[in-house]
Design a protein around this ligand. Structure first.
Ligand SMILES: [Zn+2]
Length: 255
């Protein structure tokens, strides 16, 4: 018997599987859906609509970007509350019992067997698919540039965040710095340099594992969620970003 129900969606969705763009786009927190066996994890419908469950607006932007660029895109189909696909499994933040000020009753005292079951059902299939795509590109000598799309809350623990967007990068700053410069040249944008988050092996997964360890250019792009909360604004951000991402490929320094 599988952990996901017959009526549940598969763990992830791929769009443009044969995309011609060097970009491999990921969206770890695309969905607020929960697998049926987890119910609502004891949360209200209202709580499940907030950033606690997903990256508001991120999927709407990245899908349009993938269309504009003809880029491979992979998105999770389940909430980070089931298991966070951007944390190493077993780490403290992989399955959280508390997020900012929200308690998640269904994640209290999760056993190691349950952790493993969630990782096997949701986390590993998603990352195995990313790995397979990057392996296939390496084998057919198609370039790969990894870009992880996220969104962040306008305030965290009561502190306002001044940025409209942020570029995140760790050991490999090539793509992050080029995109930072391009976005900062846009009028009226306050763009964070490794803000509101910095990349680390403890708090990230796709960038260190699929980007840095493979030596392919990589970065995370964070957009403030209130700026991409509806379809019109998601389309506007995708339209703004698509040409900048194309320019970034030309400007990208060789390894
Ligand atoms: Zn995210």
């Amino acid at each position: 018997m599988s952990w996901l129900d017959a009526d549940d969606l598969p763990p992830f969705t791929v769009e443009h599987p044969d995309g011609s763009s060097p970009y491999v786009l990921t969206c770890d927190h695309a969905s607020r859906r929960l697998p049926s066996r987890l119910g609502h994890l004891g949360l209200s419908d209202e709580a499940l609509e907030t950033h606690v469950a997903w990256d508001i607006g991120a999927a709407g932007v990245v899908r349009r970007l993938a269309d504009a660029l003809d880029a491979f895109l992979i998105m999770t189909n389940y909430s980070r509350l089931a298991i966070d696909c951007n944390r190493p499994p077993g780490s403290a933040d992989s399955i959280v019992a508390r997020s900012e000020r929200t308690e998640i009753p269904g994640n209290r005292g999760v056993s190691s067997d349950e952790m493993e079951a969630r990782a096997n059902a949701l986390f590993h299939p998603y990352h195995d698919r990313i790995r397979a795509e990057l392996d296939a590109r390496r084998d057919r000598k198609q370039p790969a540039v990894l870009l992880a799309l996220h969104s962040f809350t306008p305030a965290y623990h009561g502190v306002e965040r001044p940025w409209h967007a942020g570029l995140l990068y760790g050991r490999d700053s090539r793509l992050g710095r080029v995109l930072l410069e391009l976005l900062r040249a846009e009028p009226g944008l306050n763009v964070g340099d490794n803000e509101p988050y910095a990349v680390s092996d403890r708090t990230d997964y796709a960038i260190p594992v699929h980007g840095e360890r493979r030596g392919i250019p990589n970065a995370g792009l964070e957009i403030r969620q209130d700026l991409i909360a509806d379809a019109d604004r998601q389309a506007a951000w995708a339209a703004r970003l698509a040409p900048l991402l194309e320019i970034a490929l030309v400007k990208l320094p060789p390894h």
